[in-house]
Structure formats: C-alpha cells, structure tokens
Design a protein around this ligand. Structure first.
Ligand SMILES: C[S@@+](CC[C@H](N)C(=O)[O-])C[C@H]1O[C@@H](n2cnc3c(N)ncnc32)[C@H](O)[C@@H]1O
Length: 264
C-alpha cells in the first residue's frame, strides 16, 4: 500500500526550514547577551577573590595552609563523594586519555594521589611515575594512600619545577592551576619539562556558577575556557580534544574544563 503523505508535512517542513535560516531577532539576541553578562557578574561575586587581592606569595602560603590542614585531610573523601575518582578513572581506563606507551609520567599537585592511583593501575609496567605537591602533609597523605613504593614523591611548586627540560612524555594536572593568579606561571613550566609530542591531561575549574561556588571552599579561582585555550596555544600546548566525564556533564557544562593537550 502506498504511504500517504500528510498534507501538513510540506508546510511544516517549509516553516521549520524558514525558522532555521532566519537570524534571531535583535531583541532576542540582546536578551541572551544580557542574561550571559548577568550570569558572569553573579559568578564573579560568588567566586573567591583572595587570589586577586593579595600577592602571589601570600596567596600561595594560604593555599598551602588550606591543604596542610583538615581540608587536605578530607580531600580524598570529597573526590569520592563528588564522583571525581570514579569518572577520572573511567577517562584513563577507557583510554580517552591514553597513558599506554608513556615512559616518564608526571602527576602535578598529586594531592591525595587521586589521579596517581589510576596511573599506577593503567600505565605500562615499565613507566616511571613522579608525583609532587606544594604541601608536605599532602605528599605524605598521597604516599600513604597509594601504598606503592614505585612513584617518586616530592614537594615542589608548579611554577618552579626541579626537572630538566623535556623530561616527561606524559603529564596529568588535576585541579591545580586554579591556584595560580595567572595560568601561564604553571603552564609554561609544564611546557618546559615536557617532551615535544608529549601529552597533558589538564583539569581545572570553569567560570560557571558551580565553579565559582567550589572556589569558595578550595580557595581558588576559575578559568574561562576560550581564554585558557588561547593561553595554552601561546605556550605551544595545543588542545587536542575537550573531554567530558559524562554526556550529562557536557549538557550541563559541569565538572570543569577537562582537556587533552599536546606539546608541540
Ligand atoms: C584539588 S587538589 C587536586 C588533587 C589531585 N590532583 C586531583 O586531581 O584530585 C589541588 C592540589 O594542588 C596542590 N597545589 C596547589 N597549588 C600548587 C602549586 N603551586 N604547586 C604544586 N601543587 C599545588 C594542593 O596542595 C593540592 O594538593
């Protein structure tokens, strides 16, 4: 039997096509822009502003103090509750960020060893892992939690790394650069210690309401995705792929910025 075409189909299609090609009316565009700038202002009000008010040295002492103390002690539990541990492991287990073949891996601002734990599980057996953190108690906590004698652990600041140029072919940096007044301070150092063609998994807080709210607890800032990409490019760190923990995170722009970067 021939399929009967609905007499509504053609006009509806025409209307849909017309709507698709029609530019948004000026009023609607202005309304959307107003909404965006209002949201930006609210986020700026909510976001922790200590980083903008004091010198970097003073701010860094404050950050160290935060992680040395009780907040640092509950960091691993927070990561567990926020599902950062589960989703982070999935990224590496499913090779969305592939650590296979890496020989020299650096985990920046290891904290309680949340990412290092996945690296130990999924990297090649011969790979060498180096973990560092600004806070000595955090380094101890990470080492105790990993219960593995293989990684090297040290206290260091991402803006002044004690490694030679081109040492690492793989770097992971989870939620650390939001503790810098300018991302260039840390990213330039990472670019220096990375080999050409080396890969970096970078996670950081985004300038969304969720990001601003989280910054209050962890005494950090947030980044605008486009601006951060431009900074990375200027340092030879090219964004290969933006990653998301889940489709829901992508739809809601939640979970922050997560990106695979190649050192060119
Ligand atoms: C939110 S935790 C992230 C821990 C882990 N990387 C993760 O993905 O869950 C941030 C860590 O960065 C460290 N940190 C902050 N500023 C740093 C700096 N300038 N250099 C090195 N580590 C830093 C803190 O001490 C803390 O352990």
């Amino acid at each position: 039997m021939p399929i009967m075409k609905s007499r509504w189909a053609a006009p509806t299609l025409q209307l849909a096509n017309r709507m698709k090609s029609k530019p948004l009316p000026r009023k609607t565009k202005k309304h959307a822009a107003d909404k965006r700038s209002k949201r930006k202002v609210i986020n700026q009000i909510v976001e922790n502003d200590l980083i903008r008010r004091v010198s970097f040295e003073e701010y860094r002492d404050r950050v160290r103090h935060v992680y040395d103390g009780p907040q640092g002690a509950i960091l691993a539990t927070c990561s567990l509750l926020s599902l950062h541990l589960t989703f982070g492991e999935r990224l590496i287990r499913e090779r969305k960020f592939d650590v296979g073949g890496a020989r020299q891996i650096l985990d920046v601002g290891s904290g309680a060893g949340q990412i290092a734990k996945h690296l130990l599980k999924y990297a090649d057996p011969g790979a060498r892992l180096t973990c560092f953190d600004l806070s000595l108690p955090m380094v101890r906590r990470g080492r105790n939690r990993l219960k593995n004698g293989l990684p090297d652990h040290l206290v260091a600041d991402v803006t002044r790394l004690p490694f030679d140029d081109g040492t690492f072919d793989c770097v992971t940096c989870g939620y650390v650069i939001e503790h810098l007044p300018d991302a260039r301070l840390g990213l330039a150092e990472l670019a220096r210690v990375m080999q050409r063609g080396g890969r970096l998994l970078l996670l950081t807080s985004e300038d969304t309401f969720g990001g601003a709210w989280t910054s209050r607890f962890w005494c950090c800032r947030t980044y605008n995705r486009r601006e951060l990409r431009e900074i990375c490019h200027s340092l030879g760190l090219v964004w290969k792929e933006e990653l998301w923990f889940t489709r829901m995170h992508k739809a809601l722009r939640a979970g922050g910025i997560c990106v695979e970067i190649v050192r060119t």
